[in-house]
Design a protein around this ligand. Structure first.
Ligand code: NAG
Ligand code: NAG
Ligand code: NAG
Ligand code: NAG
Ligand code: NAG
Ligand code: NAG
Length: 535
């Protein structure tokens, strides 16, 4: 009895994700909890995220998102595309890039090792029809890690690899049996062929002395075996400037290094134990950072952006946490390579004092707004250039919002023409019929036109109505159709018919009463248990 109750509550909680879309009852995308609604100043484009559950499900507790995967959302939380089932294994760093002159979706998919913050897999590319067109793997018998995939020219890509290697580590405080260390490697690959154009390995250039996390105890691996290798450097981003030099972010050294693209020599180090720069203010300093990007270079100045976690800790929270500032932040830094000074141009500080012990990103947008993603805190914020927050959302809401994490968030434009046909369902009740239609990934439909067929097999169609598409799913309510086939056509902004659904026969409506997705608790657990006990 007790067990049945617990199970019923667990099921009731799962119900929370149900019926967001009548035409796609299989989809349970995260419901964004938007606490700062977007102002008119947000940059144009959609939000690209790949939220996942940071907590394990138990029999009486389920965590969001129910369907971890890559998603494209509008600013009001409306779904454009659910990538659940497209990227079928653990997916992260979901973005769009141009490859060979065409916009494509790219996303890491693979195995996730949350304990060590590593991932092993490959980057999968989808075209504008959401068809897989390429998988990119690291070269030279190494396995790509999850942290980076990035391209500047749409021809070559930067990725990184955590390669465990045995070394004598006694002088770094290790016992003789602690001999495994992670060689943090970056590669630049030809996307089309996979050819390795450049490779650089941290152990050739960076001493383990630069690490801020000692080999003991447990925070970054203790070196007893290859899967527990000491992650002394932990590269989590790679970028390249027009001169052909690289910028890497090394979380476990709390530093950003610039690397000569020809010789591999370190040109400078910013922050960390051996910084070449002095900071004008303490506020410019950072630690355990992510996502360093070149923004601008002129004269003796280099401007970069990064995400400053200022926190480190194990995912389970049992390894202790290190905090170096009260909150995490996005940062733009200006470096002068004559005076060797680093200046904080602007910091982007979180609503709700968020401090993320892992992950995170800072994307400077074309209009100079900045999108900051708070990693392990499962939230993102868009700012005006001066640091004013104009949009903030948590990546799931209610019970399902607890423990949701997201590695990076981006804003991009995107045009999607799904190869799959649109989904339709017609649900009949006492007073009439509601016809619902949706087309996962479509960005082009402006109106949906609904028709009925006078009789089965007839070719005479009667227009039931035309509804402007405002959301993932569009509904037409009609009073008096019964037992006739209905279908819908997607109409583009210039009036062209993009595609049509197959015809469907209305079926009895057994779904909970109308009430849209944003009210997440259609039925709470207690109520459902009561209903089950009553029957
Ligand atoms: C590797 O070392 C860690 C830390 O000592 C230990 O927990 C783990 O069981 C070891 N794994 C294997 C496969 O021996
Ligand atoms: C960088 O610093 C040097 C030395 O202080 C100074 O002469 C130079 O003007 C600075 N560069 C810029 C672009 O401000
Ligand atoms: C930031 O810029 C906006 C728009 O220009 C302005 O309204 C706001 O007062 C500025 N905020 C700060 C703190 O300067
Ligand atoms: C949204 O997030 C805020 C801030 O964390 C929280 O107080 C609120 O309960 C959340 N709302 C929902 C519907 O989850
Ligand atoms: C999207 O396209 C518009 C119009 O071209 C442009 O102004 C905007 O900067 C683009 N947004 C992004 C995120 O690139
Ligand atoms: C539905 O009702 C409208 C308006 O009363 C009427 O014009 C139409 O013929 C009816 N359709 C059917 C299939 O009964």
């Amino acid at each position: 009895m007790w067990k049945a109750l617990v199970l019923a509550i667990a099921l009731a909680r799962e119900v929370i994700a149900d019926w967001q879309f009548r035409s796609r009852p299989d989809l349970a995308p995260p419901r964004l909890n938007i606490t700062i609604p977007p102002t008119k100043d947000v940059e144009k484009g959609y939000l690209f995220v790949a939220p996942f559950a940071g907590l394990q499900d138990t029999v009486n507790e389920q965590h969001g998102p129910r369907q971890a995967g890559p998603y494209i959302f509008r600013d009001d939380g409306d779904l454009i595309w659910s990538g659940y089932g497209y990227y079928s294994i653990w997916a992260t760093n979901f973005l769009t890039v141009e490859w060979e002159g065409k916009p494509v979706l790219a996303c890491f998919e693979g195995d996730h090792n949350p304990g060590y913050g590593h991932g092993h897999g490959h980057v999968t590319f989808l075209d504008q029809h959401y068809e897989t067109i390429r998988e990119l793997r690291a070269g030279r018998h190494k396995i790509s890690d999850k942290h980076e995939f990035w391209t500047r020219d749409g021809k070559t890509a930067f990725i990184q690899i955590y390669q465990p290697v045995p070394r004598l580590l006694k002088k770094y405080g290790a016992k003789p049996e602690q001999q495994w260390i992670v060689n943090a490697i970056i590669q630049e690959l030809n996307i089309a062929t996979g050819e390795v154009l450049f490779e650089w390995a941290s152990l050739d250039h960076v001493s383990p002395d630069e690490s801020v996390l000692p080999i003991n105890p447990g925070q970054a691996g203790s070196g007893y075996n290859s899967s527990d290798a000491w992650d002394y450097f932990h590269i989590n981003s790679v970028d390249k400037d027009p001169a052909g030099n690289y910028l890497i972010s090394a979380r476990d050294a709390c530093s950003v290094h610039k690397i000569d693209g020809k010789t591999g020599a370190i040109l400078w180090r910013l922050n960390g134990k051996q910084s070449d720069f002095k900071f004008d203010k303490k506020a410019g300093k950072f630690c355990f950072q992510h996502h360093a990007r070149f923004l601008e270079q002129y004269d003796d100045i280099e401007v970069i952006s990064l995400y400053d976690n200022s926190a480190h800790g194990t995912e389970a929270g049992d390894g202790g946490e290190v905090h170096t500032a009260p909150t995490s932040s996005g940062k733009i830094l200006k470096l002068n390579t004559t005076s060797w000074t680093a200046e904080l141009v602007q910091g982007y500080y979180p609503p709700d004092d968020l401090l993320s012990k892992s992950q995170g990103s800072t994307q400077v947008l074309p209009n100079s707004n900045v999108l900051v993603n708070w990693g392990s805190e499962g939230a993102m914020t868009e700012y005006l250039p001066n640091g004013t927050a104009i949009f903030h959302a948590y990546m799931d809401s209610g019970l399902l919002g607890v423990g949701v994490e997201n590695y990076r968030a981006y804003r991009y434009n995107w045009t999607g023409f799904p190869n799959e046909e649109p989904a339709i369902v017609a649900l009949e009740d006492d007073k009439g019929t509601s016809i619902y239609v949706s087309w996962n990934g479509d960005t082009e439909t402006k109106h949906w036109r609904f028709f009925e067929r006078a009789s089965k097999g007839s070719t005479v169609n009667r227009l039931l109505g035309e509804i402007e598409r405002r959301s993932f799913e569009t509904m037409l309510r009609v009073d008096n159709i019964t037992d006739v086939e209905v279908f819908a056509e997607a109409i583009s902004h210039d009036g062209a018919v993009l595609t049509g659904t197959r015809p469907t026969i209305p079926q009895p409506n057994v779904s909970p009463p109308h009430g849209h997705s944003s009210s997440w608790s259609d039925l709470d657990g207690e109520q459902l248990v009561q209903q089950i006990l009553d029957t």
